[in-house]
Design a protein around this ligand. Structure first.
Ligand code: CDP
Ligand code: CDP
Length: 216
């Protein structure tokens, strides 16, 4: 049976993972958070040094749990991969060719056996260029920084809006200008600006697109 793939790309805090997870649940597809995979590699590199990247497949195994927990070599690292240290280094590590080819292969393999909703930066352009539905999710930097501020405050962290805005803009800049599969909207992706959409509205729009496309 052929599998169906939905690709969701876009910059930080556009709403990709929140909405992708809900769409996957509704369609009973597998949700794959590729950002979490790059974060897990970054965590390992911060602990063991860049040298391990030369033979990355011998060092790193990444799997997901049933509640989207991320396992790095068998240990649940879902919390650790969201630390400021990982966030500050993830775009640098993600620009390295060996890291990308290792993870892209892994992501493609998953999509061969399961229907997926996959989110990231290069899913529609590189990982799954034949995805049935491609979304490029966007929101203004101000809105995205405010969303992150709410999340950090809820976690009990004190951080100011300007620092978060600067971090988001810096990461978007590295992600969009890197040499290998930069963050760009695929020619056949549909632009979805979530700045003034609720999570439910954005989810409904994607489900509608999927239904139109697949006539389900
Ligand atoms: O959730 P947030 O927007 O903070 O980012 P993420 O989706 O967890 O991704 C973290 C970082 O991983 C991004 O800023 C990119 O540098 C990198 N990434 C990538 O290069 N390619 C992907 N397909 C997904 C993430
Ligand atoms: O995965 P990505 O970095 O693109 O964003 P996210 O982590 O899914 O969303 C960032 C934050 O924005 C989350 O706290 C979402 O609940 C919130 N959000 C929102 O308030 N309204 C939306 N339409 C989408 C996301």
């Amino acid at each position: 049976m052929s599998q169906i793939s939905i690709a969701i790309d876009g910059p930080a805090a556009a709403g990709k993972s929140t909405i992708a997870k809900r769409v996957a649940k509704k369609l009973q597809f597998l949700y794959i958070d590729t950002g979490a995979m790059y974060r897990a590699v970054t965590l390992y590199v911060l602990e063991h040094g860049d040298k391990i990247i030369e033979n990355i497949s011998e060092h790193i195994d990444i799997t997901f749990g049933i509640n989207d927990e991320v396992y790095l070599n068998g240990t649940d690292v879902s919390k650790e991969i969201r630390s400021p240290e990982v966030t500050n280094s993830v775009s640098r590590v993600s620009a390295i060719g060996e890291v990308r080819s290792y993870l892209v292969d892994m992501q493609r393999k998953i999509s061969r056996t399961d229907s997926v909703v996959m989110d990231g930066r290069d899913i529609g352009t590189t990982v799954l260029p034949d995805a049935e539905v491609k979304i490029f999710m966007q929101a203004s930097p101000e809105v995205r920084a405010k969303r992150r501020l709410l999340e950090e405050t809820a976690r009990g962290n004190t951080i100011d809006l300007q620092t978060l805005t600067d971090e988001i803009i810096r990461r978007d800049q590295i992600d969009s200008t890197r040499e290998i599969s930069p963050l760009v909207q695929a020619d056949d992706a549909i632009l979805l600006d979530t700045s003034y959409l609720s999570i439910e509205e954005a989810e409904d729009k994607i489900i509608q697109l999927v239904e139109d496309k697949l006539e389900v």
